[in-house]
Write a protein of this length. Structure first.
Length: 321
């Protein structure tokens, strides 16, 4: 839960990005080892419930599943400001998501993400991106990028919330690696499906050519963007149905599977209780190996002209692209 400076290498100004320390908190502590040492030096309580009590939050019984309300989060913010909590950052969310190198290579990208004007259009759709926090939870979940056939191209941890800026940078880092060598004409045959595409696509940086070299500047604008078939019905804004209706894509490509991510989440949710009991490094390593095995299984099925067995998407309880 520890807040660290948002400034990261390659960004000009303060990026509207997650400002939570991505490192695993020590057992029974509110902070990681690095920030526990700094908090002790400032005489700030480091034990989880002692720190919350110091901030004016009473959790009651020793319940690890206690959920902090929005009022509790406001108390934390005020208390941190009064205690002058800003300290050094041993690592940032960008480091853990592998996007620091790309951001450092294109410094103007951060400046564009910083910009926000009153005339910006904001969709009316409300998506739960993680307003509530639970004790002993230092990650929002995982963000998966899955191809239509079921192969998992990338997964990254989400921190603090599934905000549009965080999601956009994860997707963009994948696009630069996976689609960077394609021509603009070839990219126009690519379709991105995401349940909160309306908010991501309405970031100011996404509405015009990116501050990237050559044809990469049109990387985001060239691809088609839709909201998957499961979630489009939950969007209240008419603009979402006009711009991101999956039916338009299926008119020419009836066999497109817009539910591939939901199917992967239905599969990975079987291991939710197992990985939730692991530490950060063990958790990520286990998940990485499961993804490798899943991709191997998918490839085996296609090589033998068999259709991979996919769980039903209604069991899904994760986040998707």
């Amino acid at each position: 839960m520890y807040r660290v400076p948002k400034e990261v290498a390659g960004f000009s100004g303060q990026l509207r990005y997650v400002d939570t320390c991505p490192n695993e908190p020590m057992h029974g502590k509110a902070f990681c080892n690095h920030h526990c040492l700094e908090a002790d030096a400032k005489h700030i309580p480091t034990k989880l419930r002692e720190y919350l009590k110091c901030c004016g939050i009473t959790t009651g019984k020793e319940d690890a599943d206690y959920t902090c309300t929005s009022e509790d989060m406001d108390k934390l913010t005020r208390a941190e400001a009064n205690m002058h909590m800003a300290m050094t950052a041993s690592s940032s969310a960008l480091d853990c998501q592998g996007a620091t190198g790309m951001v450092a290579s294109y410094p103007h990208l951060g400046a564009e993400l910083d910009k926000k004007h009153k005339e910006d259009y904001i969709p009316k759709c409300n998506k739960d991106t993680g307003a509530k926090k639970q004790l002993q939870k230092w990650t929002r979940g995982h963000f998966f990028i899955v191809r239509g056939g079921g192969h998992i191209d990338m997964w990254q941890p989400l921190y603090q919330s599934e905000g549009p800026a965080q999601v956009f940078l994860i997707i963009l880092s994948w696009m630069v690696a996976a689609l960077g060598n394609l021509s603009r004409a070839e990219r126009q045959n690519i379709t991105l499906s995401y349940d909160n595409m309306c908010h991501v696509d309405n970031l100011r940086v996404a509405r015009k050519p990116l501050p990237l070299p050559g044809d990469l500047s049109h990387l985001w604008l060239d691809v088609n963007k839709i909201i998957d078939s499961l979630h489009i019905k939950n969007h209240r804004d008419k603009t979402c149905h006009e711009r991101y209706d999956p039916a338009k894509v299926k008119e020419n490509h009836s066999n497109y599977n817009t539910m591939s991510c939901e199917q992967i989440f239905a599969w990975i949710s079987r291991y939710k209780k197992i990985v939730s009991s692991m530490g950060k490094q063990h958790h990520h390593f286990f998940l990485h190996r499961m993804v490798k095995r899943r991709n191997k299984y998918i490839s085996f099925c296609y090589a033998n002209n068999k259709r991979p067995i996919q769980p039903k998407a209604r069991f899904c309880n994760e986040r998707s692209l």
